[in-house]
Design a protein around this ligand. Sequence first.
Ligand code: FES
Length: 164
Amino acid sequence: MINLTINGTEHQLEADVRTSLLDALRDHLAMTGTKKGCDHGQCGACTVLVNGRRINSCLTLAIMHEGDDVTTIEGLGEPGNLDTMQESFLHHDGYQCGYCTPGQIMSATGMLGEVRDGWPSHVTDKLDGQVELTDAEISERMSGNICRCSAYPNIVDAIRTAST
Ligand code: FES
């Protein structure tokens, strides 16, 4: 039995201890908003937040996150009540096919939290305490999220707008 807290709700899973967090979400909890692209840490489609920090859910075991707060795209907003980052992606057409979009939005949300928290400090020091990110800084911090349609300019526009 694996105990997980997802978007504030506790779940008990009858799952093998080798189950990744991504497979736990998709296959055991039917939370398919988190996408599987590469399944080995290269595309970012599976990004979720663990205690507010973004991770690739394909690279970590679900059982390692007992006691953590896991946030998925389903936990941000819902149709008719989207959160700021979701609204901004919608407004700026920050997608084409949409497959990478949940991961992009979760990563962008986590990234802005990192900047606001001054984490990690060695990167924040380089920004001299600056909170407003340049487009180049947004692109660098989002480099773990691949968009095969190459909607990057609109994705950066969406994140810049949501960050201000
Ligand atoms: Fe996890 Fe690609 S599915 S990084």
